[in-house]
Ligand binder design. Structure first.
Ligand code: C2G
Length: 130
């Protein structure tokens, strides 16, 4: 019986997001997802997400593979979140490979391969050019 945690913005929700959440859920019996707040996104990417945090959280929470969502307010709080949600495994896409190895003292850290050829940034570019 393992509890899984993962994090992300999940802006303009797409199949790459769905794939990682399904694969993360399959590693245990309970999946918690930290949704990056709009403010955290601005600080990371110097732009606000297209969809606001309440909508992004509602979409992710509605998925069959997701048990629980919360707002990730700061990247520096990861250790506290892992402890608070009693996660046994932290799952991230391999664009973050190696970045969260410091948490291996309190949980397993697994990086899953990203789904090729799709990203929120690419979707924004495609729509802009229509
Ligand atoms: N992802 C994927 N395949 C894609 C696109 C995204 O597997 N083609 C994964 C990412 O690797 C990530 C998750 O989907 O694990 C969410 O992606 P983003 O919303 O882009 O997440 P990000 O803004 O990187 O936020 O604390 C960490 C951050 O909150 C992660």
């Amino acid at each position: 019986m393992k509890r899984i945690i993962t994090f992300g913005t999940f802006d303009i929700f797409h199949v790459g997001h769905l794939n990682i959440l399904k694969r993360a859920a399959a590693l245990g019996h309970h999946l918690t997802v930290g949704i990056s707040t709009d403010a955290l996104n601005y600080s990371k990417k110097q732009r606000y997400p297209v969809c606001q945090q309440a909508s992004r959280a509602e979409i992710v929470a509605a998925l069959r593979c997701v048990d629980q969502v919360f707002f990730e307010e700061a990247l520096e709080l990861k250790r506290e979140y892992i402890e608070q949600f009693e996660a046994d495994v932290l799952v991230m896409g391999d664009d973050w490979a190696g970045k969260f190895d410091e948490f291996k003292d309190i949980c397993d850290v697994v990086y899953l391969e990203r789904t090729p050829s799709i990203s929120t940034t690419e979707l924004i570019e495609i729509v802009k050019e229509l």
